[in-house]
Design a protein around this ligand. Structure first.
Ligand code: MF3
Ligand code: CO
Length: 253
């Protein structure tokens, strides 16, 4: 397979991606306040569409490879790409992963986070915290002069050392003028291998962490990924900029 070089963003491109990411984070923050028992995932999708339009953005996911909605809403054993639906209600004790992408002036921002719906179990809390910390552990390795494998292995080690598993079927990605650019960024692998990281690379890192086995199935809707053993799953994603010894998190809120 021919692999393309990893794009290094110009000053203008970095400024553009930063703006798109700020908007993405703002949508996430405002949408997350609406999460509570009794709310449907369809209503979250509609609210997201309004927020995205208000910020003069377009949803990045709608129509992407035929994806029918503007955000992904994945509940409990759903790993990623859950499709918002009118009949799908959030219940007390659920965990909900929101994945949001926006386009602003031809630049993309992409992020995800997992939230508690009302009171959740201590086990679910720990899973969510581990997935968030796994992402930040990966970000800490996203340094000029490190390799792609350093990010992958940092995420995998963090997750597996704590008795959880890391999903292999989906990966992080470069991002910029496209939602998905080079490189693919697996959340597992060996340190010191793969291409070197350089200042100006922009990546979406997105570990998916399962309480049980790492394997997933895709439902008949063609999108929703669920854990094969029905265990809970959490997902966190940030768009980041490689910048010397301090990566910048562009989708922080
Ligand atoms: N964050 C996910 C990704 O980077 C969300 C994509 S959903 C899709 O692939 F519908 F757009 F595919
Ligand atoms: Co992504």
């Amino acid at each position: 397979m021919l692999t393309m070089a990893i794009p290094i963003k110009s000053k203008e491109e970095i400024a553009g991606v930063k703006k798109a990411c700020k908007k993405t984070a703002s949508v996430m923050k405002r949408l997350s306040r609406k999460i509570k028992p009794g709310v449907t995932t369809e209503s979250l999708n509609s609210a997201a569409e309004e927020l995205i339009a208000e910020l003069h953005c377009k949803p990045a996911f709608k129509g992407y490879m035929g994806y029918p909605k503007s955000i992904c809403t994945s509940i409990n054993n759903e790993v990623v790409h859950g499709i918002p639906a009118e009949g799908r209600l959030l219940s007390e004790g659920d965990i909900l992963s929101l994945d949001i992408g926006v386009v602003y002036k031809s630049f993309y921002g992409d992020m995800a986070a997992t939230f508690a719906v009302g009171e959740i179990t201590a086990e679910a809390e720990t899973l969510i915290r581990t997935a968030r910390e796994a992402l930040y552990n990966g970000i800490s390795s996203a340094l000029n002069g490190n390799t792609l494998g350093d990010i992958s292995s940092a995420i995998q080690r963090y997750v597996e050392d704590r008795g959880y598993s890391i999903v292999r079927k989906f990966v992080g990605h470069g991002i910029g003028r496209e939602l998905h650019e080079e490189p693919e960024i697996p959340n597992f692998g060996s340190p010191s291998i793969g291409p070197y990281l350089e200042n100006g690379m922009v990546f979406a890192l997105e570990p998916m962490v399962n309480d049980g086995d790492y394997r997933v199935n895709i439902l008949e809707d063609g999108w929703t990924a669920v854990t094969e053993d029905n265990s809970l799953s959490a997902h966190f994603e940030h768009t980041i900029l490689i910048w010397g010894s301090k990566p910048q998190v562009l989708t922080e809120f």
